[in-house]
Design a protein around this ligand. Structure first.
Ligand SMILES: Cc1ncc(COP(=O)(O)O)c(C=O)c1O
Length: 504
C-alpha cells in the first residue's frame, strides 16, 4: 500500500474563471446597497459564503475562525477545493454520486437535449416520454412486482409521499383507522415533518416537536451492542418479538406501515441478521401492515445490487428512492409500489391525492436514464460486488486498532465503530465523542485529504460510502489515511484523557 499522505499546506488559489457576483447589504433603514465583486478568488468566495449562505445541518459559528470548505471541481472519486487541494470523496457526496465525478459532461448532454426538446411539463394528468421511459426502466430493474413509480424530488419527499399513500391505501380499502407507523431507533428518514416523525434521532426531532402522532420506534439491527454470546438467530427472534409486541400494544388495526432501510445508515451501517426481513414480511402480512424499504441510500447499487431489497430478499410493498438514481447530478426521488398497492388508486375515479410540481421533471428523468445507462455500461454493480470483499479486508485491518471496536456494513457502505475500550465495548462519553469526532477526526481527516463522515447520532462511527466506481487503489488510499489518522486519534484521546485525570 502507498505511504499515507502527509498534511499538505494549503496552496494558493489556482485560477478560477472570473465570475461576476454581487454582495448585498442592508442599511439600518432597510435600503439595499449592491456591491459588485469580481469574483475571481478564494478569499472573495469565503467572504460571500460567510455573509450570505445558510448551510444545512452546519454550525456556522465556527466559520468566524475557520474557512468554509468550498469544493469546486471533481474527477473520478476525487474532489478539489478552491485552494487547489485534493480530497478523496469517501462519502459519494452524501451517499449519492454513484458514478463519481467524471460523467457530468455526458449527463449534461442528456440534460441539454431534454432542455432543448422540453424543459418542463408536469406529471399531473399529463406525462412526457422521459418519465415514462424511466418508470419502465425502474420496473425492469426493481425486484418482484414493484412495477409502478411515483416521482418526486428527493428522499424526504419520497417518505412523505409514502406516509400519505399508505394512509389513503388503507382508507380506500375501508381500513381508515390505520394511521400509525413504526420505524426504527436512530434511523434517519428525512427532515420534512412527516419524514422527521419517522426519523428516530432525538436531537433533530426535539426542536420541532410535536411531530406526527402515532409514530413508534423499535430496535434497529445493531448487533455489536447485543448481549455477549447471543446467537444471530436469537437476535432475529428478539427483534421480531419486539416488533410484534409493539404492534399488539398499539392495536394492529391502527397500524399503517413499517419503515426500515435494508442496511440502516444512521448509527453505522447496521446490516440485518439472517431471517430478519423474512420475519418482518411475515408479521406485516399477518397484521395487514405495509412494509416500506427506505432505499434512499441502499438503492441504485450501493450494496452491489440495484436494490437492497433484492440483496436481502425483503419483498417490500413500497420502496423510497432518491440520491443514486441520478447520481445526484439533478434532484430526483420517488416511490416504487407493487401492483397490489397501486391497484385501488387505479379504479374508477380514485386517485392518489398528492402531487408536487417538480415530480418526474423531464430534465431530472432524462439525466437519471443516462445515469442508469452509464452504470450498466461501466458495470458499476459488478465493480462493487467484485471489490466488496477487498474493501472489507482493508477495513478489517483497521479493526485491529484499539480504537476500532467494530467494522461492519455491506457493498460500498461501511462503518468503523470507535470505542474507548475494545474489550468491554465501552463507548466514549458524549463529551469525549464530541471532542473525538468534531474536535479531532473531522478536521484531521479533511486535512489529510479524505472526506468521510465522523458521526455520533448513535455510538461514534466513521462512515465510508465511496463512489461505486472506486477501484482497489482508491480503497487503499482510504485505508492509508485512516491508518494514520485513527492512530493519532487514539493518542489524542489518551493524551487528553490523562490531562483531564490530572486536572480533575
Ligand atoms: C435513508 C434516508 N431516507 C431519507 C433521506 C432523506 O433524503 P433527502 O435528503 O433527499 O430528503 C435520507 C437522506 O440522507 C436517507 O439517508
Amino acid at each position: 500500500m502507498r505511504a499515507p499522505p502527509s498534511i499538505r499546506a494549503v496552496r494558493p488559489w489556482r485560477g478560477l474563471a472570473p465570475v461576476a457576483l454581487a454582495t448585498v447589504s442592508k442599511s439600518r433603514h432597510g435600503h439595499r446597497h449592491r456591491k459588485d465583486l469580481s469574483m475571481t478568488d478564494h478569499a472573495n468566495l469565503q467572504d460571500i459564503a460567510k455573509r450570505h449562505l445558510m448551510m444545512h445541518f452546519t454550525s456556522q459559528g465556527r466559520f468566524s475562525s475557520e474557512e468554509v470548505p468550498i469544493i469546486e471541481r471533481g474527477d473520478g472519486c476525487w474532489l478539489w477545493d478552491t485552494n487547489g487541494k485534493r480530497y478523496f470523496d469517501g462519502m459519494s457526496g452524501l451517499f449519492c454520486t454513484q458514478i463519481g465525478h467524471s460523467y457530468g459532461a455526458e449527463l449534461g448532454e442528456a440534460a441539454a437535449k431534454q432542455m432543448a426538446e422540453l424543459g418542463f411539463f408536469i406529471n399531473w394528468s399529463y406525462a412526457h416520454p422521459r418519465v415514462i421511459e424511466l418508470s419502465a426502466k425502474i420496473a425492469e430493474i426493481a425486484p418482484g412486482d414493484l412495477n409502478r413509480t411515483f416521482f418526486c424530488s428527493g428522499g424526504s419527499e419520497g417518505n412523505e409521499s409514502i406516509i400519505k399513500l399508505a394512509r389513503q391505501y388503507h382508507q380506500i380499502r375501508g381500513e381508515g383507522r390505520r394511521y400509525k407507523m413504526i420505524a426504527r431507533r436512530t434511523a434517519y428518514h428525512g427532515t420534512t415533518l412527516g419524514a422527521l416523525s419517522l426519523t428516530g434521532i432525538a436531537s433533530i426531532r426535539n426542536p420541532f416537536e410535536p411531530l406526527l402522532p402515532g409514530v413508534r420506534h423499535v430496535s434497529n439491527t445493531n448487533a455489536y451492542h447485543r448481549p455477549e454470546g447471543e446467537t444471530e438467530a436469537e437476535f432475529t427472534a428478539f427483534l421480531l418479538d419486539e416488533l410484534r409486541g409493539m404492534i399488539e400494544q398499539e392495536g394492529p388495526e391502527t397500524i399503517s406501515a413499517f419503515f426500515a432501510e435494508p442496511v440502516q445508515n444512521s448509527g453505522g451501517t447496521f446490516t440485518p441478521p439472517e431471517g430478519y426481513f423474512q420475519g418482518v414480511r411475515a408479521i406485516c402480512d399477518e397484521y395487514g401492515i405495509l412494509l416500506v424499504a427506505d432505499e434512499v441510500i441502499c438503492g441504485f447499487g450501493r450494496l452491489g445490487y440495484w436494490f437492497g431489497s433484492e440483496r436481502y430478499d425483503i419483498r417490500p410493498d413500497l420502496v423510497t428512492f432518491a440520491k443514486g438514481i441520478a447520481s445526484a447530478h439533478v434532484p430526483l426521488g420517488g416511490v416504487i409500489m407493487t401492483d397490489k398497492i397501486a391497484a385501488p388508486f387505479l379504479e374508477g375515479s380514485n386517485m392518489f391525492v398528492h402531487g408536487i410540481t417538480y415530480g418526474g421533471h423531464p430534465v431530472s428523468t432524462a439525466v437519471a436514464l443516462k445515469n442508469l445507462e452509464i452504470m450498466e455500461r461501466e458495470d458499476v454493480l459488478g465493480n462493487v460486488r467484485r471489490n466488496e470483499p477487498y474493501f472489507e479486508a482493508v477495513l478489517s485491518k483497521l479493526g485491529e486498532k484499539p480504537i476500532v471496536g467494530d467494522v461492519r456494513g455491506a457493498g460500498y457502505f461501511m462503518s468503523l465503530e470507535l470505542v474507548r475500550d475494545k474489550e468491554t465495548k465501552e463507548t466514549f462519553s458524549d463529551e469525549e465523542a464530541d471532542r473525538l469526532l468534531r474536535g479531532f477526526l473531522s478536521p484531521r481527516l479533511y486535512d489529510a485529504g479524505l472526506i468521510c463522515r465522523a458521526d455520533d447520532r448513535g455510538d461514534p462511527v466513521v462512515q465510508l460510502s465511496p463512489p461505486l466506481v472506486a477501484t482497489r487503489e482508491d480503497l487503499d488510499y482510504v485505508h492509508d489515511v485512516l491508518d494514520t489518522v485513527l492512530d493519532e486519534a487514539w493518542t489524542e484521546m489518551n493524551r487528553s484523557g490523562r490531562r483531564e485525570a490530572v486536572t480533575s
